[in-house]
Design a protein around this ligand. Structure first.
Ligand SMILES: NC(=O)c1ccc[n+]([C@@H]2O[C@H](COP(=O)([O-])OP(=O)(O)OC[C@H]3O[C@@H](n4cnc5c(N)ncnc54)[C@H](O)[C@@H]3O)[C@@H](O)[C@H]2O)c1
Length: 390
């Protein structure tokens, strides 16, 4: 195996964790350089025994000092577009974190750029695609074990520490993060679109900020055992000190209803301050039902007319970061893609569709309407050079 030479733009917690997982899974890698004014991921790199290489002042200087086998982009979401374009110009393979870009306009711009000039190999960190439980869910649905997909409900509920981190970190602001749902559940909506093999036709959504508000600043700041609440993690770049009194302009809870153009219907419920954490998909088809419990890493399914015990698969490997081995699985998928042994499980186009789906949900919430998505998909198809859907 040859040593993979890596350049990093945005050496935050995420890229450091991904690099650590790559090393753990046997990558022969060397980080040659990085650009980051304050690399939040430095302690994670140190703990993993990976040198960050030389510091560069700008992406252009870093990229000019190549060659690299992989450029990794892990900046806050509003910078992805700029950094993707710089990396396209350099021509090296790219791993970029999700969401691929932050707004509808950026998505169309990116689609046009790729349609016009292509891009180097581009792998997006929609890490759930690499999880064994998710791969199995997709395989079972594709094999027809549930029959035709009819409806689904899904959740993502975060414990108070995680919610408080989002309310203090750069993700609290729409001009940096995009939105609560975009940053957190573009993963899930990517998989839902893949399961449905269809695009959302109509979306509606309600949500807002009612948890991390100045009015609740006097809420208890301690757990019952006396340990401090809401302050656990270093909130990093442009952080705010207090989750209740920050300049957050995003939702801290949100619900959504989606009807796909195949007739598949789903509801989604997300909250960032719960005592019982959950990320769960309940999928009902004409011939079977499947529950994917992504927190406990357990799958359960049964045919609709079967009275026996449901089939259960327990994937185990539960980790404190709640990724349950997904980063390690993605590290293997990424190496296989770079070495030309297998296609990466998600394409840039899939990533853009997942982003646009969540952006439509957010627009429906902001405008208080049920949104018809057809005009958005027509614009997207035109931008990507595909014929707009009839
Ligand atoms: N796939 C996943 O499961 C997953 C999980 C967490 C984060 N992410 C994504 O990873 C990205 C980074 O998130 P994070 O949690 O690591 O955030 P973070 O705050 O830990 O890291 C962001 C880093 O970007 C740096 N940065 C800011 N401006 C910069 C600039 N102009 N040039 C270079 N670096 C700059 C910051 O100093 C910081 O070190 C985001 O897009 C996020 O959505 C993905």
């Amino acid at each position: 195996m040859t040593t993979q030479r890596i350049a990093v733009i945005g050496l935050g917690q995420r890229i450091a964790h991904v690099l650590a997982a790559m090393k753990e899974m046997g990558w022969d890698l060397r980080v040659d350089g990085y650009v980051d004014p304050r690399p939040v991921g430095a302690p994670i790199m140190q703990a993993a025994g990976i040198s960050p290489g030389r510091e560069f002042a700008t992406p252009e200087a870093l990229l000019a000092a190549g060659p690299y086998d992989l450029v990794m982009i892990g900046t806050p979401n509003h910078l992805h577009m700029t950094h993707l374009k710089a990396a396209f110009a350099a021509g090296y393979p790219i791993f970029s974190e999700k969401p691929i870009v932050r707004t509808e306009a950026e998505t169309l711009d990116l689609a046009r750029a790729i349609a016009a000039a292509g891009s180097p190999p581009l792998y997006i960190g929609l890490v759930m695609r690499s999880m064994p439980i998710v791969k199995e869910t997709i395989a079972r649905v594709d094999a027809g074990e549930l029959g035709e997909l009819i409806s689904m409900d899904a959740t993502e509920h975060l414990p108070p520490e995680h919610g408080a981190y989002l309310a203090r970190n750069w993700r609290r602001r729409s001009d940096w993060g995009g939105s609560f749902m975009l940053d957190k559940v573009c993963h899930d909506f990517d998989i839902f679109g893949r399961l449905a093999k269809a695009r959302p036709a109509k979306v509606a959504s309600f949500g807002g900020r009612r948890i991390f508000t100045p009015e609740r600043a006097d809420a208890p700041r301690q757990y019952e055992d006396g340990s401090p609440a809401y302050a656990m993690r270093d909130a990093g770049w442009s952080a705010s000190n207090d989750p209740f009194q920050s300049d957050m302009d995003l939702a801290d809870h949100q619900t959504a209803m989606v009807e796909y153009d195949s007739g598949f219907r789903l509801s989604f419920h997300s909250n960032s301050h719960v005592a019982l954490a959950e990320r769960r998909w309940y999928l009902a088809g004409t011939e079977g039902t499947l529950i994917a419990d992504l927190v406990r890493n357990r799958l359960m399914l049964r045919r609709a007319l079967n009275r026996g015990r449901p089939e259960r698969i327990d994937y185990g490997g539960i980790t404190a970061d709640s990724h349950n081995g997904a980063d390690q699985a993605m590290a293997l998928d990424l190496l296989a893609a770079l070495e030309g042994r297998a296609a990466f499980p998600v394409t840039p186009w899939d990533s853009m569709e997942a982003g646009l789906t969540v952006m439509a949900i957010d627009r429906a919430m902001a405008e208080g309407v049920m949104l018809d998505c057809a005009p958005m998909w027509a614009e997207f198809d035109e931008a990507r050079g595909a014929r707009a859907a009839a």
